[in-house]
Design a protein around this ligand. Structure first.
Ligand code: NI
Length: 236
């Protein structure tokens, strides 16, 4: 939700919000069989993206909603911004890889100044986590915005499996000649280039990638078709 602060320093009264959400959404849905509970789900199946849209429609008369984010589980969620059948679906996966950050030909001192510990000569490993967000148009019959199985498989086949347990500087052709240093940023851009076309072939658009190198740092890149990365940040 979004809005101007009131004289009490709040956008909305938190207690009122909780009551609205409970009355309109969580109470009717909790322990229910979703297909039967609301008429919307008899017309269109309760996929994660469709549930997010219907929750929006049911809360919008009561609250200044700007985004609904609904997790099916920690590695799959939908975002809905109130724009017709346009939905954003995100998947999270992980793999492990090693790298060394150093410019070939530069002295050890120079690489140390540039990259610090990351330039140590024998490399080091990371447990990478990758979040892929695609934008799609939900089908009114199926409730799906993209073939989730195909998207999951594509990310596995193009990224998670080929990079897993590799030394990026040696095993991955994109980085192997040393011209492109496998920083989180360069790696995220490379993954974007690997995924953008196959995602388009599934009928969706790559919106955003988040490559999480460690609990302390991550890099986000947006799809090349994304003109305004933050369209939802408008306060009514
Ligand atoms: Ni590193």
């Amino acid at each position: 939700m979004a809005g101007q602060l009131d004289e009490y320093g709040m956008v909305l009264n938190l207690s009122d919000i909780k009551h609205d959400i409970k009355r309109e959404v969580t109470e009717p849905l909790d322990f229910s069989f979703l297909n039967d509970v609301w008429p919307e789900f008899q017309q269109t199946l309760p996929t994660t993206e469709h549930i997010a849209k219907v929750i929006w429609q049911r809360l919008a008369p009561h609250l200044p909603i700007v985004q609904i984010q609904l997790f099916e589980h920690p590695d799959l969620w939908a975002d809905y911004y109130g724009n017709g059948n346009e939905v954003y679906l995100s998947l999270r996966t992980h793999f492990s890889a090693a790298h060394r950050l150093a410019i070939p030909g530069a002295s050890d001192d120079e690489n140390d100044r540039l990259y610090g510990k990351c330039a140590r000569p024998y490399g080091h490993g990371h447990n990478y986590h990758l979040e892929v967000t695609v934008r799609g148009t939900m089908d009114d019959r199926t409730g799906m915005s993209v073939d989730l199985g195909a998207l999951t498989q594509l990310i596995e086949d193009r990224v998670a499996e080929p990079f897993d347990h590799t030394f990026l500087n040696v095993d991955i052709p994109h980085f192997a000649d040393g011209a492109i240093v496998p920083t989180d940023e360069n790696f995220a851009l490379h993954i974007r280039d690997l995924l953008e076309t196959p995602i388009a072939e599934l009928g969706a658009t790559l919106h955003k990638l988040k490559l999480i190198e460690s609990p302390g740092n991550a890099c986000e890149v947006f799809g090349t078709q994304v003109s305004d990365p933050f369209p939802q940040l408008t306060v009514r």
